[in-house]
Design a protein around this ligand. Structure first.
Ligand code: FAD
Length: 348
């Protein structure tokens, strides 16, 4: 089916970070149709809109955009509340940004069809390659096999304050790493206050925060599932002429729920190996192996099977990974803070 020379005929379902970035990277070289379920006028992205400036700038340059044009708030620190203390973690790369506007701009030069919801079986026969970039839903590939996939419910408020309760990023990890609450400043006295939690305490925790720090205005709520399972726990990645990319194949950092840059990175990797899906899958598994490690770590916490022996080495590896990848995560933790936050906890 492959038409070398003229390029491939490719359909991409979903214009989030993965799908829009992939379409922009392939535009001009292949014949690409990008399908997005939302209407253009109401297009948004249910997400806390936080990312790392260095990593985002580098990826956006490749599609001719300047990331700084989208920044709302530049971070210095992230306050982490744990064990009745607030730890300050250096986060000079962490920013919030106008994610919907950035996604609209990335898709501008592509052949995008808004208001078009792709269903399995709809389009596979009409294209050389169909890409499932539908995030947590895997609409084309279908549910992940086995029982290791994990998708958490989330809930957040967009709020407006007279006096902001924190001048920078703030998070509250829950017991046993079942999820966390976030407060992300958006500039202009706006902020997202949200949470995700496997034990479904997220709404209660958000409400408790908003009662403790009442905003001037509650603007609107939003929520959507987030996949925290890593690539090795979300198979298949490919099926026939369909390939998954982004959150659909688990490129979300499990500890922070950070999926924007890794999903764009995964799209870049697919753009490089379009004609060899096996090699694409191998490169995803190797590039994101630290995510599998972190996901295993969280699963041990959740099942209370963590102890110093099985947690210390992974905690050190996770710490070193953060240090090395700080342009992608935006967070540059100190050793002591990491130990405090990641140490094994009492049960319950
Ligand atoms: C509440 C919340 C807060 C988050 N905060 C952050 C954060 O601060 N920083 C961060 O890095 N990550 C965050 N994440 C994770 C991040 O949003 C995602 O991991 C990332 O956007 C994944 O990109 P994606 O392109 O793979 O999928 P998505 O962003 O999920 O995009 C999928 C797109 O596909 C469309 N779609 C779905 N089904 C179909 C269909 N059948 N046909 C056509 N279109 C379809 C959707 O409308 C959507 O536009 C958060 C997630 C949630 C839920």
């Amino acid at each position: 089916v492959y038409h070398h020379g003229a390029g491939l005929k490719i359909a991409i379902a979903g214009a989030g970070p993965a799908g829009s970035y992939l379409a922009a990277r392939l535009a001009g070289r292949h014949q690409v149709d990008l399908y997005e379920g939302q209407k253009k006028e109401r297009f948004t992205s249910i997400c806390a809109w936080g990312t790392a400036r260095g990593g985002a700038s580098e990826l956006l340059r490749k599609v001719g955009l300047n990331f700084d044009d989208y920044i709302f708030h530049k971070g210095r620190e992230m306050y982490v509340s744990a064990f009745n203390n607030i730890y300050r973690v250096s986060a000079p790369e962490l920013v919030t940004f106008d994610k919907p506007r950035m996604l609209l701009d990335i898709s501008k030069g592509t052949n995008i069809h808004y208001d078009t919801f792709v269903r399995p079986g709809d389009i596979e026969g009409r294209y050389d390659l169909v890409v499932d970039a539908t995030g947590p839903y895997r609409r084309v590939l279908g549910p992940a096999a086995g029982d290791r996939d994990m998708v958490l419910p989330t809930f957040q408020w967009l709020v407006k304050y007279d006096d902001l309760p924190f001048d920078d990023f703030y998070i509250e990890p829950f017991n046993s790493f079942s999820g966390y609450l976030w407060y992300f400043p958006l500039g202009d006295h706006n902020a997202f206050v949200g949470a995700g939690d496997i034990w479904k305490q997220h709404r209660r925790r958000v409400e408790a925060f908003l009662e403790k720090y009442p905003p001037k205005e509650r603007v609107r709520t939003m929520g959507k599932p987030i996949r925290v399972a890593a690539p090795r726990s979300v198979f298949p990645h490919t099926k026939g002429n369909v390939a998954g990319v982004g959150e659909a194949v688990g490129t979300v950092y499990p500890i922070l729920g950070e999926g924007i840059l890794p999903s764009m990175l995964a799209a870049d990797m697919l753009a490089e190996s379009l004609e060899d899906l096996n090699s694409y899958e191998r490169s995803i598994l190797s590039k994101f192996s630290a995510y599998d490690l972190s996901y295993d770590y969280i699963r041990r916490k959740l099942s209370h099977t963590d102890n110093l022996l099985n947690s210390l080495i992974p905690a050190i590896r996770i710490f070193l990974w953060f240090k090395r990848n700080f342009m992608v995560t935006g967070v540059n933790p100190g050793l002591w803070e990491t130990f405090k936050v990641l140490r094994p906890r009492k049960k319950g």
